[in-house]
Write a protein that binds this ligand. Structure first.
Ligand code: CA
Length: 379
């Protein structure tokens, strides 16, 4: 037992409006939000975490969990994970409760790293790699202009900046999607990887129609072709066409991924460390994927805390194959406007020529300044 105890936990609900709203298959985005968690110990250490998902829902779950943490030893990450999960398992197996638990677990691991003066990936037995490629995640629809023109321009810009992989939003109708796929493939040339993401917009019938038409364009993966509940839909799509099927940003815990893995419903799973259960749980999920020989490409969509946590997870992700040059796991690099993320970002957390280093400072490897987040606080 360490002598350390948790004396306080704080949650911050942050929001910022966007100068230029953008659209994906399920609607327009005109603001970005974040829920950050700060855990403070009696010896002065502070850990930070972040929850993915709707902010006010995670905040409600954090209020429930907070009293369970006060006075406990923050190094007992496994014990605390089970205590919180067990308390609410009947109604909290997926969604906001696990989002909140993820944020808490990330903050506890940040404390653990600071306590032992090691980055989290070292405490988890790594690192297996010191840097990873980042892929450019953007190519949304905009208010004005012709998508074929502005998407091609945006994709070409990512290639100029050194990115070797880009992800395009689809799910706007098959013909419209095909125009975008052709324009972007033409703009980036044949050497750059192109992924597409429908955010669950289609049913299996239309997803298969689109996939078959996209097959000649060398698509690296087709992400969330159908809604996350439709596991049989994933299987159906995966079976009848050649583009690898990816999903998992809306799946939670080892129990959620168990069904996907045992049924081989996906080619690539995409757990988000700020949603699937934090470090404690994602370590298990990535190891399970490894045991099933299924690729893992974590989802990342948040502030500097989410990025830093994802990097520590990427550092310990097992290689799917044992060949001399295994496929490196990639960091999803969100190129959309996000003032909160930008305010918290440090130079150590930016890709250079499409590559990003794993921070080697203790814990998450970043320092959060409370003054920086204050302007974005809601209520
Ligand atoms: Ca996605």
């Amino acid at each position: 037992m360490s002598e350390m105890k948790i004396i306080e936990t704080r949650a911050y609900l942050l929001e910022c409006p966007l100068d230029r709203p953008f659209a994906y298959s399920r609607g327009w985005v005109d603001r970005r939000g974040a829920v950050l968690v700060e855990i403070i110990t009696d010896n002065g250490l502070t850990g930070w975490g972040e929850a993915f998902g709707p902010g006010r829902m995670s905040l409600g779950a954090l209020d429930l969990i907070r009293p369970m943490l006060i006075g406990t030893d923050p190094l007992q990450t496994e014990t605390l994970w089970h205590k919180i999960y067990g308390q609410y398992r009947e109604h909290g197996q997926k969604g906001p409760l696990i989002d909140a638990l993820s944020a808490i677990d990330i903050a506890l691991w940040d404390i653990k790293g600071k306590y032992f003066k090691q980055p989290i990936c070292r405490l988890m037995g790594g690192p297996l790699r010191l840097e990873v490629p980042a892929y450019a995640s953007g190519l949304f629809h905009q208010r004005d202009g012709n998508p074929e023109t502005y998407l091609a321009k945006e994709a070409a810009r990512y290639v100029e900046q050194g990115y070797s992989a880009v992800k395009l939003k689809v799910g706007f109708g098959i013909d419209e999607d095909m125009r975008a796929v052709k324009a972007v493939r033409q703009a980036i040339g044949s050497d750059i990887s192109l992924m597409v993401d429908a955010n669950g917009a289609y049913d299996a019938v239309n997803a298969i129609r689109l996939a078959r038409r996209m097959e000649p364009y060398d698509i690296t993966w087709f992400e969330e072709p159908v809604p996350p509940e439709d596991i049989d839909g994933y299987l159906q799509i995966k079976t009848v066409q050649s583009i690898p099927v990816a999903a998992g940003e809306a799946e939670f815990t080892r129990f959620g991924f168990r069904e996907i893995l045992t049924r081989r419903a996906l080619d690539i799973i995409q757990p988000d460390i700020c949603a699937a259960g934090g470090f404690t749980e994602c370590k298990k999920i990535v190891d399970m994927a490894h045991a099933f020989g299924i690729r893992c490409s974590p989802h990342t969509w948040g502030t500097a805390i989410a990025i830093a946590a994802s990097l520590q997870l990427l550092a310990i992700l097992p290689n799917t194959s044992s060949v001399l040059h295994p496929i490196p796991p990639m960091l999803e690099w969100d190129f959309t406007e996000h003032s909160i993320r930008d305010a918290l970002l440090t130079d150590a957390l930016r890709p250079i020529d499409g590559m990003i280093s794993i921070p080697e400072m203790p814990g998450l490897g970043i320092e959060i300044n409370r003054e920086t987040i204050r302007p974005f606080e809601v209520g």
